[in-house]
Ligand binder design. Structure first.
Ligand code: NAD
Length: 365
């Protein structure tokens, strides 16, 4: 039988009920941690450098204990900046030796999408819990292999869905689930940006799995699934390209529609060739609500059609996400964002690509 994960709704409710409390007590623990879990960052690119390493300094249950990098100069910089000992510095070929390092409890996989399985499996075989960035991988089969390996190792696998810990997003889940404006009938969500350097891995299907849908459109998909608490049964999609040279390997702009069992229709857009969109709106029978700047790292701006405030204090989404995972490990509870959650998004994104390719609706089981 699959493990009984707490539903997103239960978790969201618990987190929201104490939104004004300190971060660590909001996450369910009233006493300071007896020990902080050691996190190793696997891949020291933009996200690790600019978000995760600083966020780790703000966590209550985690600490930066190790690094995995293919660039010796980066290793030297990080060792000096964060006081990481030589024995906790690895490259991708030696990371399995983390098995002999009790100071590292969790490997946080922050490499290109198409390397997540390789690095997750290496970390699980070294006996480490794994937090893996979104999208989980570039095919359902690879996601399944990651889940299987972590299960075999008896270690937890979580996906880095930071918005599932962000109070504005959670409030929108509450407004939907409690039908504050009546039943939600339509969700519109979009996330995109103008991508720069044409030679980066994000434009290479082998490493990225796809274009903006895999990278940032997944946030719009997450919003639709989080708000409804349902799984889509029918998918349609269209794709357009204005620059077939730059976007020869992945899509440039894509729109998709999802139909949910309750009849909710979700409409999503994503692009690598326009600034924005970055917001969502839920339209219900008696009004609407949503977030502007919904998916960035800073605080979203909430809006409700009845004029009431939808506003919470700024949250470091990465710190909350890592603390939540650490607490699950420390308390021996299953994560609320397991590999199965990442797998489901990858399955739906593959259906979206199929719908765009064929021009036909794709039915999901
Ligand atoms: P990045 O390109 O800045 O960093 C990737 C790192 O992987 C680099 O250190 C690079 O050296 C390393 N790497 C190892 N093998 C590589 C190879 N064969 N080719 C290219 N790079 C290789 O990317 P990033 O923006 O840090 O993204 C990393 C992951 O984090 C991606 O899966 C991305 O989707 C995810 N991400 C998530 C968020 C979020 O908000 N949760 C934001 C940005 C990125």
């Amino acid at each position: 039988m699959p493990p009984a994960y707490p539903s997103r709704r239960e978790f969201a409710g618990a987190l929201l009920a104490t939104a004004a409390a300190p971060l660590w007590s909001r996450l369910g623990c009233q006493t300071p941690p007896s020990r902080k879990l050691g996190f190793a960052l696997v891949g020291l690119g933009n996200l690790s450098t600019n978000q995760l390493a600083p966020a780790l300094q703000r966590t209550r249950y985690c600490r930066l204990a190790g690094i995995v990098t293919g660039t010796p100069a980066k290793a030297e910089r990080w060792k000096a900046e964060y006081g990481i000992p030589d024995e906790s510095v690895y490259d991708y070929a030696t990371m399995r030796r983390m098995a002999q390092n009790p100071d590292i409890d969790v490997a946080y996989i922050v490499t290109p999408n198409g390397l997540h399985a390789e690095h997750t499996i290496a970390a699980a075989r070294a006996g480490k819990h794994v937090l893996c960035e979104k999208p989980m991988e570039i095919s359902p089969e690879r996601c399944e292999a990651m889940i299987a390996e972590c299960e075999r190792a008896g270690r937890q696998l979580a996906i880095g869905y930071r918005c599932q810990f962000e109070p504005h997003h959670l409030e929108c889940v509450r407004l939907t689930q409690e039908k504050t404006f009546g039943p939600v009938r339509l969700v519109e969500a979009g996330f995109g940006f103008t991508i720069g350097n044409p030679n980066q891995w994000r434009l290479d299907r082998a490493l990225a799995g796809g274009g903006p849908l895999m990278d940032v459109g997944v946030y719009a998909l997450q919003t639709a699934r989080m708000l409804t608490g349902e799984e889509p049964t029918l998918v349609t999609a269209v794709e357009t390209k204005t620059d077939p040279v730059k976007f020869h390997s992945v899509e440039e702009t894509l729109a998709f529609q999802l139909t949910f069992p309750s009849g909710v229709l979700a409409s999503g857009v994503t692009t690598y060739n326009a600034q924005g969109p970055n917001d969502f709106t839920a339209f219900a029978e008696r009004g609407s609500f949503g977030l502007a700047s919904a998916y960035g790292y800073s605080t979203p701006q909430g809006r409700r059609s009845d004029g009431e405030a939808l506003r919470f204090d700024p949250t470091d989404q990465f710190a909350v996400e890592m603390d939540a995972f650490a607490q699950c490990i420390l308390d021996d509870r299953p994560t609320t964002v397991p590999g199965e959650e990442g797998l489901q998004d990858v399955r739906i994104m593959m259906a979206i690509y199929q719908a765009a390719r064929t021009g036909s609706a794709v039915r999901l089981a």
